[in-house]
Write a protein that binds this ligand. Structure first.
Ligand code: SAM
Length: 392
């Protein structure tokens, strides 16, 4: 019988700041979703506990089946757990439970999944930025939902001819590149689209400066694209070497951000190109602005954020193009504000575009991790996420 090891991880303090009371629940949902996809039933007994006044997530993991691949499987297991957005410190739990005496937590070194300093994710600050912990969670559960869930553990996926290539992630409403940076730090090729030219320019300035400050070998350009004599907007493209040797060998990571309307996504990249499409949809909230013509009860303008509109009509127009860009077995993960659109509308839009939505329809009593992510961001935003797969 396989040996079972129990683990506990301390939930990252930044997670607690972002999600407040919901932090352990979201950590649990992320682990449960990744476990369901990537561990072949070997990761079980997921729960939360408080030790010494701090929140921990706990789980049990069966050893890899004996055989020549066991060590690789176990290394990938550790990398998958280490990459979760909520893990701060990982421990093996010894004793306690059925054994006499208190449980002892023995530290386990997390696998180094990120190729670059975390300041790539944290330095940029601007209104409308998607929190980097949440972006990591969204990216993780979306990539775990592909038909190659264990790709989440590293930079590579396997091509149909058996050769390896980097995973490819698209954010079709990328803003100033929070998702692109999450992909880059993992060694994945990243592409983005945003309709706001200022976002593309700001991201180009940020990434160039960051690459220079970190003395990373790279090439970068910001060019206006033309087709049939017409300007198609600007495209920022960079190639980055994780090491000088990899840069010289041409083993670079690609990052690009195109200024365009996302409904034209299919014109911008080859069909079937991406493994995952990840985006934080417009919230339908005007931060710091007032929706025109809105007045408070006393007739003066209100100072609260105003709800304006649902992202679903835009998503419905854009999804056919996005689906074209996705390989079979690839996934789309979308975060949105449930205050402007119910989950049902998102599920319908994804289903109408030919995708299979994860979660729902479970016939056991276990909680559905794919519907466990809803949480409060602020007074105007209650955020949720939905993940769907392109059939094989
Ligand atoms: C919630 S923000 C994403 C923020 C981004 N994740 C970040 O952290 O910078 C939504 C983005 O959608 C973009 N957007 C809205 N409509 C769009 C469209 N039709 N095509 C492309 N991008 C669009 C907005 O410009 C905005 O940057």
């Amino acid at each position: 019988m396989a040996r079972v090891t129990r683990y506990a991880f301390l939930v990252s303090p930044s997670h607690n700041r972002v999600y407040a009371q919901a932090a352990p629940r979201l950590a649990l949902a992320e682990l449960s979703a990744v476990a369901e996809r990537a561990f072949d039933g070997r990761l079980t007994d997921v729960g939360t506990t408080t030790l010494g006044g701090l929140p921990y997530v706990t789980f049990a993991l069966d050893d890899a089946p004996a055989g020549p691949d066991a060590a690789t499987v176990e290394a990938t297991d550790l990398a998958l757990v280490s990459t979760l957005s909520s893990v701060y410190a990982l421990f093996r739990v010894e004793g306690g439970r059925d054994d006499a005496g208190e449980a002892v937590l023995r530290p386990v070194a997390r696998a180094g999944v990120d190729l670059f300093d975390s300041d790539l994710l944290t330095v940029q600050k601007y209104a409308g930025k998607t929190n980097e912990d949440f972006t990591r969670l969204l990216v993780n559960v979306t990539v775990a939902a592909t038909d190659r869930p264990r790709d989440l553990a590293g930079p590579w996926t396997t091509r149909p001819d058996g050769a390896r290539r980097r995973l490819r992630v698209l954010d079709p409403m990328a803003g100033r590149g929070t998702t692109l940076n999450q992909a880059l730090v993992r060694g994945w090729d990243a592409a983005g689209i945003d309709v706001d030219a200022k976002d593309v320019e700001a991201y180009a300035v940020f990434l160039r400066t960051w690459l220079k400050n970190h003395r990373l070998k790279h090439g970068a350009s910001l060019q206006t694209q033309h087709r049939d004599g017409k300007s198609l907007g600007r495209r920022f493209a960079a190639t980055v070497g994780a090491t000088p040797a990899e840069y010289r060998a041409g083993e670079t990571i690609g990052v690009e951000l195109v200024n365009a309307d996302t409904v034209r996504a299919a014109e911008l990249f080859p069909a079937g190109h991406f493994d995952a499409i990840v985006t934080d949809a417009p919230y339908g909230v005007q931060h710091g602005n007032r929706a025109s013509g809105t007045r408070g009860r006393d007739g003066r303008s209100t100072s609260r954020d105003e709800l304006t509109r649902s992202p679903v009509p835009l998503l419905s127009r854009a999804l056919p193009g996005w689906v074209r860009l996705l390989r079979r077995g690839g996934t789309v993960g979308i975060a949105w504000n449930v205050k402007v659109a119910p989950r049902r509308d998102l599920v319908d839009a994804l289903t109408d575009a030919g995708l299979e939505v994860l979660g729902g329809g479970r016939d056991d009593a276990a909680p559905d991790p794919w519907q466990g992510f809803e949480h409060r961001v602020d007074q105007a935003i209650q955020r949720d996420l939905v993940v769907a797969r392109k059939p094989r």
